[in-house]
Design a protein around this ligand. Structure first.
Ligand SMILES: [Zn+2]
Length: 68
């Protein structure tokens, strides 16, 4: 299910995690060459991706929300 990005935080390893409108969190780590998400590395990039829809597999699995 596609869900919009509603916020961000960094996890304990300082990788960026997107907070989706459904209440699930999704890791958006920038870890080249495996995954390149350069937009996570700047405030401007993250701001631009606000509202962008990511595919949330946790919704598809019916997983409980990650946020309170
Ligand atoms: Zn979700």
């Amino acid at each position: 299910m596609r869900q919009a990005i509603s916020g961000y935080h960094q996890n304990s390893e300082e990788h960026w995690v997107a907070e989706l409108s459904c209440g699930h969190f999704q890791n958006v780590r920038h870890d080249p060459p495996l995954s390149t998400r350069k937009w996570t590395q700047t405030q401007q990039g993250r701001d631009l991706m606000m509202g962008f829809e990511l595919n949330c597999e946790k919704c598809d699995d019916g997983a409980p929300r990650d946020s309170a």
